[in-house]
Design a protein around this ligand. Structure first.
Ligand SMILES: Cc1ncc(C[n+]2csc(CCOP(=O)(O)OP(=O)(O)O)c2C)c(N)n1
Ligand SMILES: CC(=O)[C@@H](O)[C@H](O)COP(=O)(O)O
Ligand SMILES: [Mg+2]
Length: 648
């Protein structure tokens, strides 16, 4: 069925699905039709909004089976990362929301408690679901509630250390809990590491087809449920253990293993889930799926199986938006240029080689590039080891994902004064992925790390320059952070004071506007608008925001008002740090700091969210004009006091 036909047909079976009960009633034939309709629906909708199409096409049958076997929301279905929960949303009454998927005021791209009682985990950082599941199962045991807990975790997420900490506890707690490993062999690119090798040895073993057939036969001829059913599955596998051996790893941990199951066969997944549900203890159901299943452009996309594209053309899978030069590209090119000159420079990615640009280094210097899996904490400490061994690692991660490695950056890297460069892509307000993907915490959280320097480039030229300065540091870690999207147009400085770039100045020194990173262009526009009101604005880009440059404090002392504007949380941000440095230096110029409130900001476009937060040139200019004119209106005594302070 074509996508267009499918969309037209969407009124048929899919249109009758208002909740999981409707799916429970369907025959095997109807389920096949429904699966096809769901795929067509997903492709038609997500091609317009953008979103995680590849992962969701791969879990259609899996999700149908889960909703047939379990009773959500009484039974709790947990999705690790949550980017693969679209089918779950479709089956739980949210089809109509897909026209505004990931758009402001529309459906979230992840589970959302506000949307549905069927959703629980909202955090879209990977490798957490098994820990939530462990806690939930313990809570239900203590409260004497008979409820199933089911966690779906991808093979990529399973490379994260938290999963293994959870498995260790799940095994000893022994509570009933079903872990569905959705094994498509990929994170974005193929999942790496010993665990991935282990899973693929289960998946790719020539005996696999035989196992599936044998398991299906056994299930078909065995009217058993629960433990006996599990024993059948187990016995079948044990009998052909030589053909498909290494499930022992999970069993050695103390967790029963069922599989591998064909994740695109609803009946097979259902049988395995029923057995697991009735077993009475923790069980892993290993489902083998294909990322992008049923949509050729996704299945054939070698880079990432259309993991999470923007709006795309349905026929070709190609992005609709015109290509542009992104911050990521500038970083990727410059890193390769640096690596050409510096054989000690190596790169690390946490399962995001293409999205962070590290892939470019990997293509040229594969032996100097490490994909550590979804393991940001390990990435940081492994980088410490590389630095101890005489190399200069560049760890490229999204800003939001470095948060979980705070302790590693603080103690393993910084306390040892190790030269490691952390490159934080998607810093600041990001947009469509919503609150857990906002890269707004880094300057505050990592700002407290002794000896760590943070750079916030404003354009391509300064990104290249600051990256080079970062890898030249040899006595401690650095962070270079930049936002999502198309790189800002080049903005030349009129002069440099110490490490601070002065972008604009005027005869009057009313306001010092500290424009952090990509807000340089905004700063220029604000200056022009405020000048129209008769006030002079000096616009500076500090470039290195931590530690606070001494020159910035000196510049502050020469103005009547200091205003900072940053793409990060205000608490502990650049404004806060500058205010503290000014207090320490006894510079008594009033300071106003603009930035992002420390809060959970909704999804939308970056521009919309910045506008909601009052971080547009128009808003900032209005604020600045109000504050500086307010100083003019102050009693003469107060103004003199301020000015006296400014001279100190
Ligand atoms: C801590 C963390 N690091 C990185 C990511 C970015 N990320 C989102 S999905 C994904 C790959 C997940 O692979 P897998 O769990 O196998 O799911 P699949 O997409 O294959 O279904 C990554 C790396 C994340 N969400 N959380
Ligand atoms: C689920 C997840 O964490 C990523 O897939 C994320 O959605 C990617 O964001 P970008 O689109 O900014 O690369
Ligand atoms: Mg995967």
């Amino acid at each position: 069925m074509s996508v267009e036909e499918g969309t037209a047909n969407h009124g048929r079976l899919l249109g009758t699905v208002r909740g999981p009960q409707d799916v429970k009633r369907m025959s095997a034939e109807q389920l096949d039709i429904l699966a096809a309709e769901i795929r067509d629906f997903l492709i038609a909708k997500v091609s317009r909004t953008g979103g995680h199409i590849g992962p969701n096409l791969g879990v259609v049958e899996l999700t149908l089976a889960m909703h047939r076997v379990f009773d959500s929301p009484r039974d709790r279905l947990l999705f690790d990362t949550g980017h693969q929960a679209y089918v779950h949303k479709i089956l739980t009454g949210r089809q109509d929301g897909f026209d505004k998927l990931r758009q402001r005021g529309g459906l979230s791209g992840y589970p959302s408690q506000a949307e549905s009682e069927h959703d629980l985990i909202e955090n879209s950082h990977a490798s957490t679901a098994l820990s939530y599941a462990d806690g939930l199962a313990k809570a239900y045991a203590v409260r004497g509630e008979q409820r199933s807990v089911v966690a779906v975790v991808g093979d990529g997420a399973l490379t994260g250390g938290m999963c293994w900490e959870a498995l260790n506890n799940i095994a000893t707690a022994g509570n009933p809990l079903v872990i569905v490993v959705n094994d498509n062999g990929r994170s974005y690119s193929p999942t790496i590491g010993g665990l991935a090798d282990h899973l693929s040895s289960l998946r790719l073993n020539p005996g696999y087809e035989k196992v599936l057939d044998t398991v299906k036969e056994a299930l078909g001829s065995t009217p058993l449920v629960g433990k006996p059913m599990y024993e059948v599955l187990h016995a079948v596998k044990k009998g052909i253990k030589d053909a498909v051996a290494p499930q022992a790893m999970f069993e050695d941990l103390g967790i029963k293993y069922v599989g591998p199951v064909d994740g695109h066969d609803v009946a097979a997944v259902e049988s395995a889930l029923r057995a697991a549900k009735n077993f009475g203890g923790p069980v892993i159901v290993h489902a083998v799926t294909r990322k992008g299943y049923g949509y050729r452009p996704a299945e054939e996309d070698e880079a990432d199986c259309l993991h999470g594209p923007g709006a795309f053309d349905v026929e070709t899978g190609q992005l609709v938006a015109a290509p542009s030069v992104k911050w990521t590209h500038v970083f990727a090119d410059e890193l390769v240029a640096i690596a050409d000159e510096r054989p000690d420079v190596v790169g690390i990615t946490a399962a995001m080689a293409e999205p962070t640009g590290i892939a470019k280094l990997a293509r040229k210097y594969p032996e100097r590039t490490y994909d550590v899996g979804i393991a940001e904490q390990h990435a940081a400490t492994s980088a410490a080891g590389l630095a101890m061994g005489g190399l200069h690692p560049v760890v490229a991660v999204y800003a939001t994902f470095l948060n979980r490695a705070f302790d590693q950056v603080l103690l393993d890297v910084a306390m040892h004064k190790l030269p490691v460069t952390f490159v934080l892509d998607r810093a600041g307000v990001t947009g469509p992925d919503g609150p857990s993907h906002y890269g707004i915490w880094d300057m505050s959280v990592f700002g407290v790390v002794p000896g760590l320097r943070i750079a916030a480039p404003r354009d391509a030229g300064s990104l290249r320059e600051e990256l080079r300065e970062a890898v030249a540091v040899d006595d401690g870690p650095t962070i270079v952070r930049f936002p999502t999207g198309t790189v800002a147009a080049d903005l030349p400085a009129v002069r440099r004071v110490g490490t601070v770039d002065v972008l604009a100045e005027s005869a009057r020194t009313d306001v010092l506007l500290v424009a952090v990173g990509s807000f340089g262009a905004l700063g220029m526009e604000v200056a022009a608008r405020v000048a129209e009101q008769g006030y002079g604005v000096t616009v500076v880009d500090p470039r290195w925001v931590r530690p606070v440059p001494a020159e910035l404090v000196e510049l502050a002392a020469g103005h009547r008002l200091v205003v900072t504007v940053e793409d990060g949380v205000r608490v502990g941000g650049v404004g806060d740090a500058l205010a503290q440095a000014m207090r320490d230096a006894d510079v008594r110029v009033p300071l106003r700091d603009l930035g992002v409130p420390a809060d959970w900001h909704p999804h939308g476009t970056r521009a919309q969210i910045l506008a909601d937060l009052g971080l547009t040139a128009q808003d900032v200019a209005r604020d600045v004009t109000g504050w500086i004119s307010g100083l003019d209106a102050q009693p003469v005594d107060d103004v003199q006091r301020d000015e006296a302070g400014a001279k100190n």
